[in-house]
Design a protein around this ligand. Structure first.
Ligand SMILES: Cc1ncc(COP(=O)(O)O)c(C=O)c1O
Length: 385
């Protein structure tokens, strides 16, 4: 019913994935090469047919659709006033730093991590970063609570969480999240939970996503949950996101840090989000099956053809974390660019050089071509061995 296999040319459509380096085949930034859900495209066309595009606000249909989504899929009973609409999640991370950190304070996070987590502290004044590596226990990436306890300081104010985790693809369990929340409680940290990838869980029965606001209510005064349909429905270029903050004083502090720094949200974002939440589910399910099959394809292809790479198996997201250190090259992404004309994300931006992040949200034939190029780029001849 939905076509995820046909390659849709994107070059020259003003997108960063293809147009930043048009001479390379991109597998980097987190957007998908799939047409968005037809109902979203139709909603945007309908909105365009009204030819006035003045300042927008969240309309009733969107608010109802969002509250219903939060209730049905996340189990949250929140009200309209608990939601703050934003043009993106990264600005929300920045607002949190500015709202809650004074000079000399610190932000804590774990790596490898979505790059803004490692640099958003610069948006505050003299705010430090405490970044600790995630650790692997029985093959699963998780938190190193002992290291976190040793590193946290009395001036640490925020913990930035990515759940599901980009780039490790973990969906943290209830137990892991409860321990993290207890850690935040012990050290009086605000937990900023970025859940932009929460509807990209590849097996929702095996690894269900738990929203931070599902943790016990006595923690809610320190929780900010950030959400958006943007990754799931491939509408990141439209710019729509929101924060759920149920504690009124936390919300007030967060909101007041906005000042005049943020533009109004565009009308298309509101209408795209409404259509996603109201009508997108069948498309999302089909897209997830396609992604899950792409992940299996990628894992078996690389196991057969590039056995020296350590390739992570994701529970969520379409971004694979690949450990290339056995190849002995310093900058594997730059190497692939030179040898294979590929554009992938280098691990150094995530705090871990020697790795790459590979985006597999694309038609399988394009994925296969890309993996062939990767294998060639990492062949003994290309490595100069
Ligand atoms: C964990 C995470 N947070 C936020 C974003 C981007 O959010 P936005 O485009 O809404 O600023 C991304 C994009 O890849 C992401 O992976």
């Amino acid at each position: 019913m939905y076509d995820f296999s046909t390659i849709i040319p994107r070059r020259g459509t003003g997108n960063i994935k293809y147009d930043r380096r048009p001479e390379l085949d991109p597998f980097w930034v987190a957007d998908m090469d799939f047409a968005s859900a037809p109902e979203i495209c139709e909603a945007l066309i309908r909105r365009c047919q009204h030819p006035i595009f003045g300042y927008a606000q969240a309309h009733t249909g969107l608010i109802d659709a969002t509250l219903a989504y939060l209730h049905t899929t996340k189990g949250l009973n929140v009200g309209e006033s608990d939601i703050l609409w934003l043009g993106g999640l990264v600005p929300a991370l920045s607002l949190a730093v500015r709202a809650f950190c004074n000079p000399g304070d610190a932000v804590m996070t774990c790596s490898p991590s979505y790059p803004p987590f490692l640099n958003v502290h610069h948006d505050g004044q003299q705010v430090d970063l405490i970044s600790l590596p995630h650790t692997q226990i029985e093959g699963k990436w998780t938190f190193d609570f002992a290291a976190m306890e040793a590193a946290v300081t009395p001036r640490t104010r925020l913990f930035l969480l990515s759940n599901p985790q980009n780039p490790l693809g973990r969906v943290f369990t209830k137990e892991e999240l409860a321990s993290l929340c207890e850690f935040c409680e012990r050290h009086d940290l605000i937990l900023v939970s970025d859940e932009i990838h929460c509807d990209l869980v590849l097996d929702e029965i095996a690894t269900p996503h738990l929203c931070a606001h599902k943790l016990p209510e006595n923690f809610h005064h320190r929780i900010i949950t950030l959400l958006s349909p943007s990754k799931t429905y491939n509408i990141a270029g439209i710019g729509i996101a929101y924060a759920v903050i149920t504690d009124s004083s936390l919300r007030r502090k967060f909101t007041s840090s906005r000042g005049n720094t943020l533009a109004e949200i565009n009308t298309f974002g509101y209408y795209a989000a409404e259509a996603a939440y109201l009508h997108g589910e069948p498309w999302r399910r089909a897209m997830i099956s396609y992604l899950a099959a792409n992940q299996e394809f990628l894992l078996s292809y690389l196991a057969a053809n590039a056995p020296r790479l350590i390739v992570n198996r994701n529970e969520a997201t379409y971004l694979t974390w690949i450990d290339c250190r056995a190849l002995g090259i310093e900058h594997p992404a730059m190497h692939l660019e030179k040898k294979s004309a590929l554009f992938v994300s280098d691990g150094s931006f995530f705090g871990h050089p020697g790795h790459i992040r590979w985006n597999f949200a694309c038609p399988r034939s394009y994925l296969e071509q890309g993996l062939e190029k990767l294998v060639r780029g990492f062949s003994p001849e290309s490595l100069g061995a």
